[in-house]
Write a protein that binds this ligand. Structure first.
Ligand SMILES: *Cc1c(COP(=O)(O)O)cnc(C)c1O
Length: 455
């Protein structure tokens, strides 16, 4: 029995899928400080116009530029694997498939958008990109992409990950990126936080403020900012994951998955695997689509669907999203890429429309799932990815209890070979669960009540 399926180069999708074209309810536009929808020109200091056009595009299919494809072919198509050994271990009648995005040079799905973003910026005449990174996955992906297309890359890395994951920094340096711990002394936003909270573990919201401030502050106009998740164009670039998976499932002889699962930090790998199937669901197919997140940062399961900023300093437009409040600083769990207070507006939209179901897991359940996966399938996943595996295991066990031969597809968003510190602590019994106290959540949400509600 085949346990992995590739595609030929010709079969790799040549267009991205834009879910905006299929949504039954109108998308909620980003708002400016005055509460009015912002126009493309208001984003021009932050992003190049060719990316802004993509951000607001309504076309269903968008061509992937030939030169971008040429770079993606270095590791795409990624394999779709069947988790036969995990199935046997769980004694489940379910067939479990996982899309292995860990085979990219940076070890995750992130280069799928880093490459087009760097390429579009280069086309637009930009010389330098700034960005934030949590666990370091995005920073390393962007450093990799900038190196290939010829851009400088400056990365603000969340302090706790900077200390927990020193080798991600090394990767960024190998590819020519310049990485500093955030909050840093280089920006007003960073200095303000350090003054108030000198020992802060940092957050993605803080790092985003620093990166935007530096991009906008370059008076030569040659610097722009790049975001690794959350925005529409990032979701778009990641749909190559789900589009490939569809063709590969067919080669396995499957018609449709019954269940699609991805972990969600800002929402991009989840959107990537799921949006092509959300399209099928919109058009009448019966599929359970599940987004998993940590209980320590329960944006989708306990957050408010509300307009909010994407960063702590309030530099981004107001986005319609599930949020814990832009000043929320999550506990330092090891799934650094899932420590974000907000959720992509498009992912939030499909949750609100009832097309996607969110679910939260605690840290120990996830590490246990990762350990089970490593002992059966062999691969050691990123702590973020373990949230998708926990979801897949739960669904496979449910299928066993119900005696149903369900087809489960999940996204294996990245490997964990640079996250061994977290595993070491888990194996030593030093990790604990964090449940977000309601009082802390309420306090954080109180700060966004003056922003518009999402209707
Ligand atoms: C960044 C990251 C995530 C979370 O980001 P999304 O935008 O939600 O995909 C998940 N898994 C891995 C391996 C990551 O690097």
């Amino acid at each position: 029995m085949e346990n992995k399926v590739y595609l030929t180069r010709d079969e790799v999708p040549r267009q991205w899928y834009n879910i905006v074209a299929d949504l039954k309810t109108p998308v909620k536009p980003p708002l400016g400080p005055d509460g009015k929808p912002i126009g493309p020109e208001q984003l021009a200091a932050v992003f190049p116009m060719n990316i802004i056009e993509q951000e607001v595009c309504q076309d269903r299919w968008i061509d992937i530029p030939e030169e971008v494809l040429e770079i993606l072919y270095r590791w795409r198509p990624t394999p779709l694997r069947r988790a036969t050994y995990l199935e046997q271990h769980l004694k489940t009648p379910a067939r479990i498939y996982y899309k292995d995005e860990s085979v990219s040079p940076a070890g995750s799905h992130k280069p799928n958008t880093a490459v087009p973003q760097a390429w579009y910026n280069k086309q637009f005449g930009i010389k330098r990109l700034t960005t934030e990174t949590g666990a370091g996955q995005w920073g390393s992906a962007l450093a990799f992409a900038c190196n290939l297309v010829g851009l400088e890359c400056k990365i603000f890395m969340v302090r706790v990950s900077f200390d927990q994951k020193p080798f991600r920094k090394t990767l960024m340096r190998i590819w020519g990126g310049n990485c500093v711990a955030s909050p840093s002394n280089e920006t007003q936003a960073g200095r303000a936080i350090l003054k108030e909270f000198p020992n802060t573990p940092g957050s993605l919201g803080i790092a985003i403020s620093e990166a935007i401030e530096q991009a906008v502050g370059d008076k030569t106009g040659q610097t722009r900012y790049s975001l690794g998740s959350v925005l529409n164009h990032v979701m778009l670039h990641q749909t190559i994951i789900g589009l490939e998976s569809k063709k590969q499932l067919e080669k396995f002889g499957e018609k449709m998955p019954d269940i699609v699962i991805g972990c969600a930090g800002g929402g991009s790998n989840f959107a990537g695997i799921s949006f092509p199937f959300v399209c099928d669901k919109i058009h009448g197919k019966k599929i359970d689509i599940i987004a998993t997140e940590p209980k320590a940062c329960p944006t989708m399961t306990r957050g408010a669907y509300h307009y909010d900023h994407g960063d702590i300093a309030g530099l981004t437009p107001l986005l319609a999203m599930y949020t814990l409040g832009h000043k929320f600083i999550p506990e330092p769990i090891h799934a650094g890429g899932l420590r974000y207070h907000g959720m992509a507006p498009l992912v939030s939209h499909v949750i609100c429309d009832g097309l996607v179901t969110p679910r939260a897991y605690d840290q120990l359940t996830c590490f246990e799932a990762a350990e089970t996966f490593a002992k059966t399938e062999g691969f050691v996943c990123a702590p973020e990815t373990s949230h998708a595996i926990a979801g897949a295991i739960d669904e496979a066990v449910k299928a066993r209890e119900e005696g149903k031969k369900k087809v489960i597809l999940f996204n294996y968003s990245g490997h964990g070979l640079l996250d061994l510190m977290g595993y070491e602590k888990f194996l030593n019994g030093e990790l604990k669960n964090y449940e977000l106290p309601q009082a802390k959540l309420d306090e954080s949400l109180d700060q966004i009540l003056h922003f518009p509600e999402v209707k």
